[in-house]
Design a protein around this ligand. Structure first.
Ligand code: A3P
Ligand code: EST
Length: 292
């Protein structure tokens, strides 16, 4: 693993438009804010740890008609650049995207209010994936531990408090999922759920195909299902982030468990009661519901 220069090791979060973000990402904010989207860009938007990499690999394979050799030409984080990402010794995603061929598939974790305006002006298609708040908290905690570009997560209890306060990169889970849920009424957004993808990936891929106005044969569908199973992606260096610098997979692998309900092995009874009460308040003003 490549170690981070001191100033990039566990740097404090910074605010952009009221949303906390990874320090070096904020330093490139000018370029993100003024990013020029094109009408044929496809945006994959998620709160961190909600299935971004999974849906990215599925979309990449759909666009390449299940051709794994093509999809394996580069790691998923290179094939689907992360709009707001910039870090030490790496070109920012905005620099990469500005030079990239079209159509582009772009990943973002930005809250709906701070997405660069040009995505709305150009009426880009957006695939949003949401995951239940408790499993996201657990997955995010382990991600904070292994990716040193985040502030120190502290103990699980401390991290859970920060998460509930929205004092984590990309802010409050509830603001994110509710904001994008509301926006789907006026924009071209396909809103998917991680739990639905686990339950019936074929059905969810069919939703993606319909949304993307794309057709594939049954044979290609079978290939996509095979290559994007959790085990296949966990063992695939082009999907599992093992080639990404600044992550220590021996602390916690990026492809950690890939299940629903792992929160039950982390939340104490007291934490769960506190979280349920908080959740009730946060979600009182929306018809958006989740399966835990
Ligand atoms: P866990 O930490 O709960 O295992 P993101 O890509 O948004 O960062 O999300 C990462 C989470 O999605 C991790 O969750 C990871 O294991 C899970 N994941 C990635 N690929 C998956 C797949 N093919 N099937 C199921 N879960 C997957
Ligand atoms: C954060 C969320 C995510 O979904 C992917 C990545 C990849 C890029 C990572 C970042 C992240 C965590 C923090 C870093 C960053 C690259 C440099 C920074 O230190 C590891």
């Amino acid at each position: 693993m490549q170690t981070l220069p001191d100033e990039f090791n566990r740097p404090p979060l910074k605010l952009v438009g009221g949303m906390p973000i990874i320090g070096p990402f904020a330093d490139n904010w000018e370029n993100v804010e003024h990013f020029q989207a094109r009408a044929d860009d496809l945006l994959i938007s998620t709160y961190p740890k909600s299935g971004t990499t999974w849906v990215s690999k599925i979309v990449d394979l759909i666009l390449n008609k299940g051709d794994m050799a093509e999809s394996q030409k580069a790691a998923i984080f290179e094939r689907v650049p992360f709009l707001e990402c910039s870090g030490p010794g790496m070109p920012s995603a905005t620099e990469i995207l500005n030079k990239q061929d079209f159509p582009r598939v772009i990943k973002t974790h930005l809250q709906v209010d701070v997405l660069p305006k040009s995505f709305w002006d150009k009426k880009c298609k957006v695939i949003y994936v949401a995951r239940n708040a408790k499993d996201v908290a657990v997955s995010y905690y382990h991600f904070y531990r292994m990716a040193f570009g985040h502030p120190d997560p502290g103990t699980w209890d401390e991290f859970l408090n920060s998460y509930m306060e929205g004092n984590v990169a990309f802010g409050r889970w509830s603001t994110h999922v509710k904001g994008w849920w509301k926006m789907r009424q006026q924009s071209d957004i396909l809103y998917l759920f991680y739990e639905d993808m686990l339950e019936d990936p074929r059905r969810e891929i069919q939703k993606l195909l319909k949304f993307m106005k794309w057709e594939i044969s049954d044979e290609v569908m079978e290939k996509i299902l095979k290559y994007t199973s959790f085990q296949a992606m966990k063992n695939n260096p082009m999907a599992n982030y093992s080639t990404f610098p600044f992550m220590d997979h021996s602390i916690s692998p990026f492809m950690r468990k890939g299940i629903s309900g792992d929160w039950k092995t982390h939340f104490t009874v007291a934490q769960n009661e506190r979280f349920d009460e908080y959740y009730r308040q946060e979600m009182a003003d929306t018809d958006l519901t989740f399966r835990m």
